[in-house]
Design a protein around this ligand. Sequence first.
Ligand code: NI
Length: 184
Amino acid sequence: MILPIVAFGDPVLRKKCVDIAQDYEGLEMLIDSMFETMYASHGVGLAAPQIGKAINLFIIDTTPFEDEKYPALRKVFINPEVIEETGELWEFEEGCLSIPHIRENVKRHANLRIRYKNESFETIEEAYDGIAARVIQHEYDHCRGKLFVDHLSELKKRLLKNKLLGISKGAVNVDYRMRFPAAR
Ligand code: NI
């Protein structure tokens, strides 16, 4: 089922998400719906708060960025915990399905180690770099109530203020289902 994506300005995007248990009701269906929703909106990652649930869950599929060095990664992260971020800071232009039509360079560390549960609730610990690390960092931020625009300079934030307000009111054209907090 394709779910509406929550737009910038909705308080659920600012919540610190909570861990879930293996018997979380409808988890399998929720994950399926999140993948369906992400593909319908051409995203490479989607976090649960973006479909209105403040739980520690996100999915990624880096297929659009696939190359010889970085094979596509399709994964579910449950109760993720970034253990460490290391390496050089590098800039990459990020966007977000909750913040349509805004893309900005964000600096993040090149490497990360993360611990999480997979769909079978097995504990996994892995290291990532490249685009996969980038997408994971962006989605992990969502689970902590953080958005990519929070990483921008004060000046950039000021320049984007009206655009962001417009998005929260639904004054934006998108070709996927969205829910706007301040729409009338
Ligand atoms: Ni996002």
